[in-house]
Design a protein around this ligand. Structure first.
Ligand code: HSE
Length: 437
């Protein structure tokens, strides 16, 4: 049997501890399937003497992950700390510069520095693997990088944040508040250290930026993503969506259009009978449309220690099986120097259906005025209903719900702005895009 593959793990949080446990418990099985043992030789974390329920006493300890990347006796540097800069960036860069292979679950790091790191890995003949960075345990990176080679992809979209999907599912099924559901997601270890990253859509955006590059061969453009989180979604929206035959999901969507590539993250209404609408709880889903293959939908666990560790383990196993000096698969699907510049399609040109929820003063002419403003902006309505005969507040205000046929975002924005000038609107209008699988 070949020499052991020596790995160093930086970060012993939920995922790091799960990985150590699996590597310890499945050592024999992994040695057989990979053709060589995989041995942890070094670890680094913020605190040494914490009870993590695992034995790390035989590994070299490093207070500083950068020192571990530079000095430890390892072949693979596994980065599970998170964060787009700081120690995560410095240590991954140091490891690659030394010619070590790197496995990371860090979507923020890749969204920001992925192209430069991929270039460095290529220069050094090292592998930079990051399956766990997008959609947890779903092998979407491998699918895009390897299995779909030669396909042209027109759209890739998905539910890529377990915390948001968990919250939306619990709100819908249990009628619980947003805050209660978020607290549960944190307790279960799904949420980021800073949960605003989950609920405001940044985490999905980081993952989408990586998928866009792999799907379309463009440079990573995380700052070009249109972003809306789920913090404004109310039980009223969820119930109204259900009445209309939809469910609300936080989707990340990247799509080729005539003017460029649209990248957007926002709460989205999906038809209740579509497969993606059935994806509940912390489960993730990634769907894509490819010209040779057709449609592909992958569904699986998107967050949590074991699911993420499973993807990290797969990346480590790939390195263990790789032949030294052999041609490697480029990290981003093609050599970093051959990625094309990203050309953004403006959000105002987005075409699709819209759900619009308005709280209005209950007086004659409001319905007619809303319909007129829509018509003036060439928006065709699928339905317009006064959602409840009951007033929504003590002032007697009512809710009106509109669903449009496919239209331009610019037209919707103009129509809503015109309605806001009429004086009968109460509070902010709610606008949710509809996505058809
Ligand atoms: N906080 C993330 C989620 C973890 O909820 O999906 C996986 O990236």
């Amino acid at each position: 049997m070949a020499d052991a593959l020596k790995i160093g793990i930086a970060g012993l949080g939920t995922v790091g501890v799960a990985l150590v446990r699996i590597l310890q418990n499945r050592a024999n099985q992994l040695a057989v399937t990979c053709g060589r043992p995989i041995t942890i030789t070094a670890v680094s974390a913020r605190t040494r003497d914490r009870d993590r329920g695992i034995d790390i006493s035989t590994y070299s300890w490093f207070d500083d992950p950068v020192t571990m990347a530079k000095d430890a006796d390892i072949d693979v540097f596994v980065e599970l700390m998170g964060g787009e800069g700081g120690s995560a960036h410095a240590s991954v860069e140091a490891a690659l510069a030394r010619g070590l292979h790197v496995v990371t679950a860090n979507k923020a790091l890749l969204a920001r520095h992925g192209v430069a790191l991929a270039r460095l890995a290529e220069e050094q003949g090292a592998l930079l693997n990051f399956e766990a960075a997008v959609a947890g345990g779903i092998p979407v990176i491998k699918a895009l990088r390897e299995s779909l080679t030669g396909n042209n992809i027109s759209r890739i979209y998905g539910i890529m944040n377990g915390t948001c999907n968990y919250i939306l599912t619990r709100m819908e099924k249990e009628g619980l508040s947003f805050e209660a559901c978020l607290a549960e997601a944190q307790r279960l270890g799904y949420a980021e250290a800073e949960p605003a990253f989950d609920i405001e859509g940044n985490d999905t955006a980081h993952k989408l930026a990586i998928l866009t590059t792999l799907a379309f061969g463009t440079e990573i453009a995380a700052d070009e993503i249109y972003l809306e989180g789920i913090t404004n979604i109310t039980i009223e929206d969820i119930n109204a969506a259900a009445d209309l035959g939809y469910r609300i999901k936080l989707l990340g969507v990247a799509q080729k259009t005539e003017t460029g590539i649209e990248q957007r993250v926002h709460p989205t209404m999906v038809p209740r009978d579509s497969v993606i609408a059935q994806v509940d709880g912390v489960t993730n889903a990634v769907a894509l449309e490819a010209d040779i293959l057709g449609e592909l939908l992958m569904v699986g666990p998107g967050a949590g220690g074991d699911a993420t560790a499973s993807a990290v383990l797969g990346d480590i196993a790939d390195i263990a099986k790789s032949q030294p000096g052999a041609q490697t698969v480029p990290s981003l699907g093609r050599p970093a120097a051959l990625l094309s510049p990203y050309k953004r399609a403006e959000m105002r040109s987005h075409e699709g259906g819209y759900f619009i929820r308005l709280t209005v003063e209950d007086r004659t002419g409001v319905f007619a005025s809303i319909a007129t403003r829509m018509a003036e902006n060439r928006i065709s309505l699928e339905s317009i209903v006064q959602h409840s005969k009951e007033p929504v507040n003590s002032a007697g205000d009512k809710t009106i719900i509109l669903v449009t046929h496919a239209t331009m975002e610019e037209s919707v924005r103009q129509a809503v702005a015109a309605i806001q000038k009429e004086g009968y609107l109460r509070g902010e209008p709610q606008v949710i895009r509809i996505e058809r699988p």
